[in-house]
Design a protein around this ligand. Structure first.
Ligand SMILES: CC(C)(COP(=O)(O)OP(=O)(O)OC[C@H]1O[C@@H](n2cnc3c(N)ncnc32)[C@H](O)[C@@H]1OP(=O)(O)O)[C@@H](O)C(=O)NCCC(=O)NCCS
Length: 174
C-alpha cells in the first residue's frame, strides 16, 4: 500500500483467514511489546467477538482492523455488568490520517448497538476517541487487573444510562 493510492474500501466482518493480516497490521502499528499491556490480560484465553470484529478491505487487502472483546465489571457485591472492550484498533501505518480509523469505529459502535450491547470501554487517547463519543471513566469507579493510566480509561454508553452506578474490577467473562 502506498500513501498515494485512492481509497475505495469496504468495512466488513473479519474472516478467519484475515487473522494473520490483522495481527501483522497490529504488530506494525503498535510495535513489539503490545501484548504486555494490561488490556491484553483481559484478552487471554478469551475469543474476540466474531460478529463485531471488522476490517477495512480494498481489493482483498486489509487496510485497518478493529476488534471487540467481552468483559464484565465485577462489583464488590451485586451483579456484574457486561461490557465490550474495544481494541486493538490499527490502520496500515502508511494510510494513517485518512479516516479509516474513525470509519472502523463508527461501524463497530453502530453494529454493537444493533446487537444489543450497552457499554464499551477502552484504554486510549481521549482526544481521538472523544471524536466518536467516548469520555473518561471517573477516577475510582473501575479497576483494571494491572498497571494502567486511568486518565486513558474511556467509556461509551450505547444505551443512555448504561454506566450509571457501575463500579468494580474489569474482568474477563466468567
Ligand atoms: C490510532 C489509529 C487507529 C487512527 O487511525 P487513522 O485512520 O489514522 O485515524 P483517522 O484518519 O480516522 O483520524 C485521524 C484524525 O485523528 C487524529 N488522531 C489520530 N490519532 C490520534 C491520537 N492518538 N490522539 C489524538 N488525535 C489523534 C489525527 O490527528 C487526525 O486528525 P484530523 O482529522 O484533525 O487530521 C491509527 O493511527 C493507528 O493505527 N495508530 C497506531 C496504533 C494505535 O495507536 N492504536 C490506538 C491505540 S489506543
Amino acid at each position: 500500500m502506498t500513501t498515494s493510492m485512492t481509497l475505495d474500501y469496504q468495512i466488513e466482518l473479519q474472516r478467519p483467514e484475515d487473522l494473520a493480516a490483522v495481527e501483522s497490521i497490529n504488530d506494525r502499528a503498535f510495535g513489539p511489546g503490545r501484548h504486555q499491556k494490561t488490556a491484553y490480560r483481559l484478552r487471554e484465553d478469551v475469543q474476540s467477538l466474531d460478529d463485531l470484529n471488522l476490517v477495512a478491505r480494498q481489493d482483498g487487502v486489509i487496510l485497518g482492523t478493529i476488534r471487540f472483546w467481552p468483559i464484565v465489571i465485577v462489583p464488590g457485591e451485586g451483579t456484574p455488568t457486561p461490557a465490550l472492550l474495544l481494541g486493538p484498533i490499527a490502520v496500515d501505518p502508511e494510510l494513517k490520517g485518512r479516516g479509516i480509523g474513525i470509519a472502523l469505529m463508527r461501524a463497530g459502535i453502530a453494529r454493537a448497538r444493533e446487537l444489543g450491547h450497552r457499554l464499551v470501554l477502552l484504554v486510549g487517547d481521549y482526544d481521538y476517541y472523544a471524536r466518536v463519543g467516548f469520555d473518561r471513566v471517573p477516577q475510582g469507579c473501575l479497576m483494571m487487573p494491572g498497571p494502567v493510566d486511568y486518565d486513558r480509561l474511556l467509556k461509551l454508553e450505547l444505551v443512555p444510562g448504561a454506566f450509571a452506578g457501575v463500579t468494580g474490577m474489569i474482568s474477563r467473562p466468567m
